[in-house]
Design a protein around this ligand. Sequence first.
Ligand SMILES: [Zn+2]
Ligand SMILES: [Zn+2]
Length: 340
Amino acid sequence: MQHSDMHASTMQAMVLDAPGKALRSTKIPVPKPGPGQILIKVAACGVCRTDLHIFDGELTHPKLPLVMGHEIVGYVEEMGPQVGQFSIGDRVGVPWLGWTDGTCPYCLAGRENLCDDPRFTGYDIDGGYAAFTVADHRYCFPIPDRYTDAEAAPLLCAGLIGYRSLKLAGGYPQRLGIYGFGAAAHIVAQVARARGSEVYAFTRPGDVKAQDFARSLGAVWAGASDEKPPKVLDAAIIFAPVGALIPAALQAVKKGGVVVSGGIHMSEIPAFSYDLLWEERVVRSVANLTRGDAEEFLALAPTIPVKTSVVEIPLTEANEALRRLREGELSGAAVLIPSH
Ligand SMILES: [Zn+2]
Ligand SMILES: [Zn+2]
């Protein structure tokens, strides 16, 4: 086993004891890397809407107590046995997909995002709301040099899921609607625009700040989610966890158009007329990511270049970060910064 300078035996962490209960600021032992794992000194960890769904008990099987956080950027501090890549001090990113069995029919078919027995970072495995974390090195990625630690964090979920959603929306549709203009949208809008798509941004009614933010990132139109866009859309991606947006988006897309839901949880979808689905319109979800998505997107992002808009918040204020995300007070992505 190799390690750099000695680190303390305990670390700061924000721990979820039970859904709905504020995260507890505490000291817990620094984890030890097992076979194939690396110990990472966390430099930044993004706050994702999925964390809110875990916090609220809408995702029902978290490990408890749990350290949430699956947009982790940090530095390799120590290597467990059988780690075939990376060196001490390397900067790495850790996404939501933390482990797969490699043997189920989905893994064997190259669809590891649908693995029958997956483990997710910050859900089944302790994540990045802490000063250190361990991760299976096979699911970690080098981070492009262009980004600071905090700037890189939202690439690891908001960016990756946004990118996969865009692929499933048919690549680069001429007119792309995006419902919910937060962390994922602000990244995917830049990618789509750079590839020639027109972006139409839909926000909560009256959220002028989010609409201005969307326009500043090149959206040709921004309005309320209950408005009709000025032109019919080729495809739409929904990031807001609001089921009523499915029929709204179906109404806005053309014949054969695709509506992609990028979130892991959504409120109930209201009944709607078959007319909205008729003419080969498609509704589909995006689940998780593959490592291939991560490699593609992390290579693509700096070439565009995607710029991330981040709000840095001390790790110990994670509860406040979750509240601000819930209230829609953030333009871009909240990123937690531990002190070492
Ligand atoms: Zn599998
Ligand atoms: Zn996420």
